[in-house]
Design a protein around this ligand. Sequence first.
Ligand code: HEC
Length: 164
Amino acid sequence: MNFLKKNQKHQKNNINMVRNTLMLFMAILAITFTSCGDKKKEDAKTEVETVKEEVKKEIEKPAEVASDQDPQIALGEKLFTEKTCTTCHAIDTKIIGPSVKDMIKVYDEKGGNLVKFLKGNSDAIVDTDPGQVAIMKANLDGFVKDMTAEELQAVAAYMRKAGK
Ligand code: HEC
């Protein structure tokens, strides 16, 4: 009885040893396989890079959305449409007045102040043709003068963003 038990224990130990050796062998095989397969490694590397890029893009996306949801710019965009600025000003092309892109370009180059112009406190610097200036002046004196400083700042912020 005792002898039998001892024998069983012995067998168990043997099985354990075989299993351990097998595991060691497999581990060596795995290491050899990965270190020899340089090409595979490269593939894996590019795959990791791609995943990294995708993750980066995913992280960057919310930031973009956040700036679009900037409340000041959102208000500016709303006013630019509601106050009929869009009737005469498109983003990319000249309609009756200059495009927003052209206006921002000139204001950036000449260090102009959009809010000051809209308040009627500085002269036109984009299109100085008297007929054209008169059209915009009619707006300034007509309804732009009723807009608050906060609203004008929002419109200017929106124009700066849209005209980039
Ligand atoms: C009826 C057409 C019309 C509407 C509506 C209009 N504009 Fe203009 N705007 C013009 C014309 C024409 C010019 C070109 C003359 C000039 O540069 O001043 C101009 C010029 C401008 C300029 C450039 C001024 C400069 O320094 O030369 C800005 C800024 C501007 N408009 C903003 C606005 C905003 C903001 C609104 C809405 C609140 C608006 N405009 C509505 C016709 C319009």
